[in-house]
Design a protein around this ligand. Structure first.
Ligand code: MG
Length: 165
């Protein structure tokens, strides 16, 4: 098996739509700044997946200098990453993510995020965990300036063609 970790942070700005964990928050007055949709939670998950398979990072596969990825739906990048992982001989055991932010309030949409992420990864919802916590007034997250996300992934070799057990 292989373990991978990911981390991402995006500034929050009033002129941006808010999308996190593949779910839209139309009532949120701020959204993540980014070349893509700025979905830090999905980006952390992508880096964890690529890291576990030692396939580099999100910037290598989806560079923000490439206009192809401008305003792209990060769930599309996540699905592409899942395909890369499968091609390399791995399947996902589980993914666990934590978002640190003041707003939007994620808790009411956690199950929607799990469903969206699981669909993009083509795995059961039971393998996908999304958690949210607040910065409690401390640091840039606590001041509402940014969203930070962390992810941990376990990969399992896919039997025949799997690289190792
Ligand atoms: Mg990012």
């Amino acid at each position: 098996m292989r373990i991978g970790s990911g981390w991402d942070r995006h500034l929050l700005s009033a002129d941006r739509p808010c999308r996190l964990g593949g779910v839209d928050f139309p009532d949120c007055p701020v959204g993540p700044v980014g070349h893509s949709d700025g979905d830090a939670l999905v980006h952390a998950m992508i880096d964890a997946l690529l890291g576990a398979a030692a396939l580099g990072d999100i910037g290598r596969h989806f560079p923000d200098t490439d206009p192809q990825w401008r305003d792209v739906d990060s769930l599309d990048l996540l699905a592409r990453t899942a395909a890369l992982i499968a091609e390399a001989g791995w399947r996902i055991g589980n993914v666990d993510t934590t978002a640190i932010l003041e707003r939007p309030h994620l808790e009411p949409r956690i199950e929607d995020m799990r469903a969206a992420l699981a669909a993009a990864l083509d795995i059961e919802i039971a393998r996908v965990s999304v958690k949210a916590t607040r910065g409690e007034g401390v640091g840039p997250e606590g001041r509402g300036e940014c969203v930070t996300a962390r992810a941990v992934v376990l990969l399992i070799p896919t039997g025949e063609g799997g690289r190792e057990s």
